[in-house]
Design a binder for this molecule. Structure first.
Ligand code: HEM
Length: 128
């Protein structure tokens, strides 16, 4: 039986399983693998990121927008990212926090994409 995401161990399982899928994905795997040669520090950073996002535990240090800006990411990259993320959550967990985690990932993906578009001065984007 699946349980909800309740502690740091669950976050480790979520992050490890997610990046296992990411690394072999035909669309976004190569983007990650071009930048990340040593996965362990990235995984540890992401444990802290999600621990802060879901449980409010301090410990994440970074600048996600600056890191993603040079990667030339597009909508379809974020859609695949979200697909894999949601699949990972659903494979291992169920419950209110699991649902909330998927919602937060969705919001962050939209935010990242829109910020990246803005930084490029994307012509389709009208800001009023
Ligand atoms: C297709 C979409 C994405 C790709 C290809 C991608 C790729 C990457 C890569 C390559 C790094 C490492 C950068 C570096 O070490 O220089 C990174 C870092 C990171 N990513 Fe993503 N990412 C994507 C979407 C997301 C989303 C939606 C989130 C949030 C929910 C996210 C959260 C983070 C965080 C927190 C870091 C660490 C940032 C830091 O070190 O300051 N990523 N990502």
């Amino acid at each position: 039986m699946k349980t909800d995401i309740t502690n740091f161990e669950d976050i480790v399982l979520l992050v490890d399983s997610f990046y296992e899928l990411v690394q072999t994905d035909d669309l976004i795997g190569p983007i990650f693998n071009a930048v990340i040669t040593d996965w362990q520090p990235h995984l540890e950073k992401m444990y802290n990121f999600w621990n802060a996002a879901l449980f409010g535990v301090p410990g994440f240090k970074g600048n996600p927008f600056a890191r993603h800006a040079p990667l030339a990411l597009q909508k379809q990259n974020f859609e695949r990212w979200l697909q894999l993320f949601n699949k990972t959550v659903d494979t291992h967990f169920e419950g209110a926090m699991a649902e909330d985690t998927k919602k937060r990932a969705d919001i962050m993906a939209i935010l990242f994409l829109s910020k990246i578009e803005n930084m490029k001065g994307g012509a389709e984007r009208v800001i009023v």
